[in-house]
Design a protein around this ligand. Structure first.
Ligand code: NAD
Length: 495
């Protein structure tokens, strides 16, 4: 049954949305607006303003003022307390936020409630704890003493300043939390530029953050397309940009940040993640693994696997098994709790997937199941399994970011390693085997920022996350993120 929208959600959708600046919703100073479309039926649910240069100016001025006048001076434990309170409040607003997220992104309501909100709260609590773990080191210099003087030295981690977080549409809450919680924990202030496809949730979260005690200006939200992100990056008072999105946009963001004034940047980008199954894996385990690796949230997870390497003798049985599993899925309205498969997030994305199917057929790949748009209203794409015609097949190298698994068999372990490492990306990968020694031998040989063994896709706030090769620069989570949101100051003292 379709979940009934909460009255507060209906009321929120009716509002005239713009930005959130200096503790207040702002309608925005421009006339241009973006329609927010529900991808399950292609119907508009709200509109949101596009930032003008004066909106950008107001947001950056507010963030800079909040940074200098208060937030950078707060005690770490105070910052932690605010983030803990925000985590509690997110959970209290779980249903309303989940409904908004499902309406704007097509994510299943169960995933929005039980994964996105739960995980966002867990990340907030992790970053809250990290606020009190920001440390430097003491060093004894070897400067010679000609009299009685002595020397000591220590390092301090100091907040960068105003951080711009630019986020994609697949997890509009969780990924924004990665950015602004990192900033707030380290004493920076944050401006989030939401995706133009999913701008609503962050506007609501900024209001909730104010209730949690985040002071005005410490967390601002700007809406608009790429131009708004670009204008923020080039602003002279922005100290850092933390970007999550596609590789081409990431390269443009990094280039612009460097050219602006060596503005610091972190890039969490896409990839073409591989899952490799070793010959000892039972077929059932392989099929469960493929499902977990590639098809949650219609495959729209940056770390999800899109390339699957299976021992040649097992490939036919694996393809038959995963085809059966995927064909049992019930597509439906993502607000319907019975649906176990929703739309992709927007029509532009659906068209991109359709083009990838056409290219695969043209190249001679074999479509085992799916490979088409579903015949119903909304942005539904059939879960798709493709057998690549050769290791050079485009679908083994180009990110689809959708419910599309591409398969090829392998004969030797060396072939598996070479195939998994092929291509320019290295966000994540997984190895599946019950042979622990074999897994430990292979781990150092696989090039990826995150490597799972007998699991895929699940992230934990305590475990650093980021891409190698063309999948990114810098790390989020753990305590690693602290280095990317602070500058290291060295202090030498003569006494
Ligand atoms: P995208 O690169 O098109 O857009 C991401 C964000 O950048 C949006 O907010 C967009 O408005 C903004 N943007 C676009 N052009 C810009 C510019 N020139 N300057 C500044 N900002 C600009 O990505 P998307 O389609 O929203 O998201 C899908 C992509 O994100 C996939 O490639 C996926 O792999 C990647 N992703 C990566 C991670 C990760 O953690 N590594 C997580 C989620 C998604």
């Amino acid at each position: 049954m379709r979940v009934a929208l909460l009255p507060e959600v209906t009321a929120f959708l009716k509002r005239q949305h713009g930005h959130f600046i200096d503790g207040q919703p702002r309608e925005g100073t421009g006339a241009e607006r973006i329609e927010v479309i529900n991808p399950s039926d292609d119907q508009p649910i709200a509109t949101v303003a596009t930032a003008t240069s004066s909106d950008i100016e107001a947001a950056v001025a507010s963030s800079l003022s909040a940074f200098n006048s208060s937030w950078r001076h707060t005690l770490p434990a105070q910052r932690a307390e605010v983030l803990y309170r925000l985590a509690d409040l997110l959970e209290q607003h779980r249903e309303a936020l989940a409904q908004l997220e499902t309406l704007q992104s097509g994510k299943l309501i169960s995933l929005a409630r039980n994964f996105e909100i739960t995980t966002a709260a867990a990340f907030l609590r992790h970053y809250a704890g990290a606020a009190t773990r920001i440390t430097g080191e003491t060093i004894t210099p070897s400067i010679p003493s000609f009299g009685e003087e002595r020397y000591t030295a220590f390092t301090r981690r100091e907040p960068l300043g105003v951080v711009v977080g630019i986020v994609p549409w697949n997890f509009s809450i969780m990924i924004a939390v990665w950015k602004f919680a990192s900033a707030l924990a380290t004493g920076c202030t944050a401006i989030i530029k939401s995706s133009e496809f999913t701008p609503l949730t962050m506007l609501r979260i900024a209001e909730i953050a104010l209730d949690a005690g985040v002071p005005a200006g410490v967390l601002n939200v700007i809406n608009g397309k790429g131009e708004a992100g670009s204008a923020l990056i080039s602003h002279q008072d922005v100290a850092k940009v933390s970007f999550t999105g596609s590789v081409p946009t990431g390269i443009a963001v990094g280039t612009q940040a460097l050219q602006s004034r060596l503005t610091r940047f972190t890039l969490e980008l896409g990839g073409k993640n591989a899952a490799g199954f070793l010959p000892d894996c039972p077929i059932e385990k392989i099929i469960d693994g493929i499902f977990e690796s590639g098809f949650i949230n219609q495959g729209q997870i940056c770390a999800a696997a899109e390339r699957f390497y299976v021992p040649q003798p097992l490939l036919d049985d694996v393809l038959t098994g995963i085809k059966q599993r995927l064909e049992q899925m019930q597509p439906g309205d993502p607000l319907d709790e019975q649906a176990d498969y929703g739309p992709v997030a927007n029509r532009a994305h659906l068209e991109k997937l359709n083009a990838a199917f056409a290219k695969a057929r043209q190249e001679g790949d074999q479509v085992i199941t799916g490979g088409h748009v579903l015949d119903r209203p909304g942005c539904y794409v059939a879960p798709t399994i493709i057998r690549a015609h050769s290791p050079n097949a485009s679908l083994l190298h180009e990110e689809t970011f959708g419910p599309v698994g591409t398969f090829i068999g392998y004969d030797t372990e060396q072939q598996l390693v070479e195939a998994m490492n092929a291509g320019p990306y290295g966000l994540s990968a997984s190895l599946w085997t019950n042979n622990l020694s074999k897994a430990l031998q292979l781990i150092p040989q696989i090039n990826a920022g995150t490597l799972w063994v007998n699991m895929h896709t699940l992230l934990d706030p305590a475990v650093p996350f980021g891409g190698i090769k063309s999948s990114g620069m810098g790390r989020e989570f753990g305590d690693e993120f602290i280095n990317d949101y602070t500058e290291l100051k060295s202090v030498l003292v003569r006494y």
